[in-house]
Ligand binder design. Sequence first.
Ligand SMILES: [Zn+2]
Length: 411
Amino acid sequence: MSMTREQIRELAEFQDEKSCAVSFYFQPSTPRNKAHKEETILIKDLAREALRRLEDKGVKDGVRADIERVVRLSGDLRSNGTHARAVFACAGHNIWREYELPATLASSQLFVDRHFHLKPLAHLMGASPLLGVVLLDRHRARIFDLRMGELIERDDLFHPLPRRGRSDGYAGYDGGHAQRRVEDEARQHFKNVAATVKDLLDKRIFEKWILGCQDAHRPLFEPQLHPYASQALIGRFRADLASVTADEIRTHAQQIVEQWQGERRRELVDLVLSQARSSQGRGVTGLRRVLRSLELGEVQTLLIGENLQGHAVECPGCGHVDAHIVSHCPVCGRVTQEIVDVGEAILPWVIRRDIETFYVKDDAEFDRVGNIAALLRFRSEKVQPISIAMADQLQRAGAEYPGRLRRFARR
Ligand SMILES: [Zn+2]
């Protein structure tokens, strides 16, 4: 079963005070050419390494059982090379979840921590809008959801051509009239499809969409689109609705999405860095400033370097993350814990609030500003202390401690 945003959000909420939350990502090796045996050895190595690290803290039976189960599962998974797999387990809380993912993970990985590790998922979903694919010809339209690399058919709109239009033919005395009728039918069909697309965007079933059709249909169909449906169209590919396969649709759509994401990432890095240079701008850079903006609920879009390194502590009580290595939480006073991977630790915040997230790779200028930056919705300086309305809004958005956040905001 493939994952929904709600499931990912639920995983982001979870923490195990005994630090026995197991996250396992299985990326199948390229089908057929790699020996299955190598994969099995790799997974066993990952498991041995994880158990060895746990031994310093004293291995709990539950986590050992989870890891052994992961190893057994990976033995069964190797025969199915078309999907990657994610497993989230915590025996102490009776949790075992398995999900299929598109087979595009960097590698197989195993983590044992207080939280589930979600970075490989954030790569897949952080910058992926809810996507629709619309296939079109003169009398039919097929509409698909594209979710985490899976294509799911939603609608098949069929407007049959009038039979008369065919039989009394273009060659007859009435030919011109019949042809006009056929064109009117097609125009009406395109109009209906355009209205359906607008409706799906209005209902937030799609945020962006992709069009697949013959070149000849585009000048007839696209002018029928509502302006914001045109804006939400991120790309087109040439396809014959009657013969195109699901694999071809997926491949075209994936290419368009990757190109769109690449362009959007470049634009955003430029925008955030230039905004951060101006004092009134909506951009912030560096771990401390970005953490603060995240907790204040200001962040609209987050940019994280692939190789973000940074020291930080986390409060097991309220979840506050601090780039100052303080022994006690400045929000609630509990003893803090050191974070090894700060990029991973902030993901629960990001996922909970559905913040658009992009990973940035090999960018010298981005590296210089600390490998993390954010575009803000607004500047909090103007609204401090956080208003009751804002606290309510944060609570609705999923913040657990608006009162504490409010206190924090006044510091
Ligand atoms: Zn705290």
